[in-house]
Structures are given as C-alpha cells and as structure tokens.
Design a binder for this molecule. Structure first.
Ligand SMILES: Cc1cc2nc3c(=O)[nH]c(=O)nc-3n(C[C@H](O)[C@H](O)[C@H](O)COP(=O)(O)OP(=O)(O)OC[C@H]3O[C@@H](n4cnc5c(N)ncnc54)[C@H](O)[C@@H]3O)c2cc1C
Length: 360
C-alpha cells in the first residue's frame, strides 16, 4: 500500500500553490485529484502588487500603474507607482506551479470522500479506487448559497484596430445604469489593440451568457469599437460570502483557497489571498491561518449586508474611490489598510444604512 506525503483535492490556483510553495523544493511524492481538464482552463487573475506577491513578479502578464472607477458622468483616476495592478494568467500559474522537484501524480478523477485511518487518510474516487496520504489539502468549495450575493461575470478577449485602447490605463469598474442591479464593466487593455472586456454583476442570481454579451456589445458600441475579432472568453462565479467550512479538528486536514476563507467577499478578490494563505501555512504549525484581519472581515460583512439590502448602483464605490488615493485604495483592496484609511473608508459610506447594518 503506497502512502503519499500529501493529497491535494482540486488543482485550481490554491491546489497548485500547495504543490509549488509547500512541496516544490522537496523530493516528496504528492498525489493530486482534479475532476476537470485544467488544460482547458484559462483566465486572468488580477491583484495589486503586495510584498507577498513579489516572488511571482516574473510571471506577471502585465502591470498597470493607473486605474479608473466611475460611470457615465464621473471618472476617478488612481495612480500607484510601487503597488500597480497586475494580472497572472491561469496557464502561467499552472505551468509555474507544476515545474517542481517533487514528484506529483495527477489523477483526473473526482474525490467522493476521505477518512482518517491510523496515521493516514484513505481517499475514495468516483472510479472506486482508493488512495492513501498523510495529509489532505482540500480546495472543494460551495460557490452558491440561497439568498447570498454572488459576483458573476463574462468577458471576451478581443483584437481591435490599432490604437483602440490606452494600454496604460485599466478600467477597474465602469458602472452602467441598470434597473435594480449593480453592474460594471472591467477592461484590461493589454496593448493598443488587445483587451479583455468583461461584464460583472453583483446579485443573488446568475444570468445567461447572452445577457453579459449584450452589455459587452453596448459598451463596445458606446466606445465606437465596431470591428474586432474575439480570441477567447472567460466566465465565472465568485461567492460573496465567507466560506462556512470549519477548520478541521484533524491537524492534517487543510482547507485551502476559497474553501479555506481566502476570498475577500465584498470584492471577489481571492487569488493573491490564497497564495498568502499557503505561504502562511508553510511557516505555521497549525492547519489554518488568518488571511483577513478581524476588522477587515467585520467591514466586509457590513458592506455585503449593505449591498444585499440596498439598491446600490455603484455610487458608494465611486465615493469611496474619490475619498482615497491610489495607494490607500489598493491597501484597502489588499486588506492592508491602516487605521486612517479605514476611517476614510467608513466616512465615505452612506451613514444611515451602514449604522443599521452595524447593529444587525
Ligand atoms: C474566471 C475567473 C476569474 C477570476 N478572476 C479573479 C481575479 O481577477 N482576481 C482574484 O483575486 N480572483 C479572481 N477569481 C476568484 C478566485 O481567485 C478563483 O475563483 C480561484 O480559482 C479560486 O481558487 P481555489 O483554488 O480556491 O478554487 P478553484 O479554482 O475552484 O479550484 C478548485 C478545484 O477543485 C476541483 N474539484 C472540485 N471538486 C472536486 C472533487 N470532488 N474532486 C476533484 N477535484 C474537485 C475543481 O474542478 C477546481 O479545479 C476569479 C475566478 C474565476 C472563476
């Protein structure tokens, strides 16, 4: 009976990070289970360049030192010289994390369950096979929950005419006017003629692909981008609630990624946080680590409840952006803001609804 050093359930960004960061320099034998074909997955993960992301600078696709937040009437421009907005593609992250010294065996199979037996785990897969490992890193997560907000989006990568885009300016959030719905466009201009154009909604229900495509077309028409070629698309769903997965009492079971609470629910940013989580686990003797600080979690919860109970059209985000400079804004988004910035954030929010949410 072969007992692997560790079993990784799911080879999304967090499972991949476990292989690279925790075992990449070792000679251990690791087994990973993934029930989708990760060769087909590709999308961009955005984040601001924090200290803990610096080791991955060489695989960053592009950096932007300026970003905008606004709507038809207002545009706030933020600048940060040392903490730019960056993207890494899933493909690059996957290749980087699979290039290691350790021996990784990948099984393209669904894990049904696992049990603790003596000092190892027995893992059962959907093809009725059994595997054994000393530790479990589990990244399976619940993406939807009744009544809870979701961030859902659909984007297309396009090639347009020369000099269509300003490659130095990223559109982080361009809110459009919708009936009782929070919707914004997210534009990543990779070059003067290529960009990702994405339509994003915060709501409890997900729409058909055609809905987002209509919004993308409306935006492109508005910008007079009528001739373009579509290269690829990405779509997704991010839970806007903290994972309810409890830390396991078994010290050898690690909940990782979104399952392990890496996502900052009010924004849907999870990629850099799940990397921070694995880095922290490397230096910890425990099976869980605090990724988000207590006050940040509290503020996130209040903000999400506010979004759930009010027909927000983007004004709160615009007001927040207008009260902060680029460095303050990125520190808030990356969970690294100081007390003065936190105070400015609270001051930017609509007072009465926030006080109500605080006491709920
Ligand atoms: C298209 C897209 C774009 C995003 N963009 C950003 C961004 O710009 N910035 C940012 O910070 N975050 C972004 N996110 C959010 C977040 O970073 C991602 O959701 C990220 O993939 C979370 O990683 P994870 O490892 O926690 O989970 P997942 O990526 O969901 O990985 C879990 C893996 O487990 C597999 N699996 C599930 N059940 C089983 C089972 N029973 N057996 C075997 N395998 C199983 C799944 O197939 C999956 O591959 C984005 C998400 C999506 C979907």
């Amino acid at each position: 009976m072969k007992i692997y050093k560790a079993a990784i359930i799911g080879l999304g960004p967090s499972g991949l990070a476990v292989n690279k960061i925790l075992y990449g320099d070792s000679v251990e034998e690791i087994i990973a289970f993934e029930n989708e074909d990760i060769q087909n997955r590709d999308n961009f993960f955005g984040f601001w360049l924090t200290d803990w992301m610096k080791p991955f600078e060489h695989i960053i696709e592009k950096k932007w030192f300026n970003w905008t937040i606004g709507n038809k009437n207002t545009k706030i421009i933020h600048t940060s010289r040392d903490k730019p907005y960056c993207v890494i593609s899933f493909k690059k992250w996957r290749n980087y994390c699979l290039e290691t010294k350790n021996k990784l065996e990948i099984k393209n199979n669904k894990v049904l369950q696992y049990f603790s037996e003596k000092n190892y785990f027995k893992i059962i897969t959907s093809d009725n096979n059994e595997y054994y490992a000393e530790k479990i890193y589990d990244s399976r997560s619940t993406k939807k929950k009744k009544g809870e907000l979701l961030q859902h989006f659909y984007g297309i990568n396009i090639i347009a005419a020369d000099n269509t885009f300003n490659k130095n300016k990223l559109t982080l959030m361009h809110f459009t006017k919708e009936k009782n719905l929070l919707h914004f466009m997210y534009i990543l201009p990779f070059s003067h003629n290529t960009a990702l154009i994405e339509s994003t909604v915060f709501s409890t229900k997900v729409f058909k692909d055609s809905w987002y495509r209509e919004k993308i077309n409306e935006y492109l028409e508005l910008k007079n981008i009528n001739i373009f070629k579509e290269k690829s698309f990405e779509k997704g769903l991010i839970p806007m609630f903290f994972s309810e997965e409890k830390n396991s009492v078994n010290p050898n079971i690690f909940n990782i990624g979104i399952r392990g609470g890496a996502c900052k629910p009010s924004t849907g940013y999870a990629f850099s946080f799940l990397i921070k989580q694995i880095q922290l686990l490397k230096n910890s003797k425990k099976n869980s680590v605090n990724i988000h600080k207590f006050l940040d979690r509290k503020m996130d919860k209040i903000f999400i409840n506010f979004l759930k109970n009010n027909n927000e059209d983007g004004q709160s985000f615009i007001k927040l952006a207008s009260n902060l400079n680029g460095n303050e804004f990125q520190s808030f988004m990356m969970g690294d803001s100081n007390l003065l910035t936190k105070f400015k954030i609270i001051k930017s929010m609509p007072k009465l609804p926030f006080i109500k949410e605080l006491f709920k």
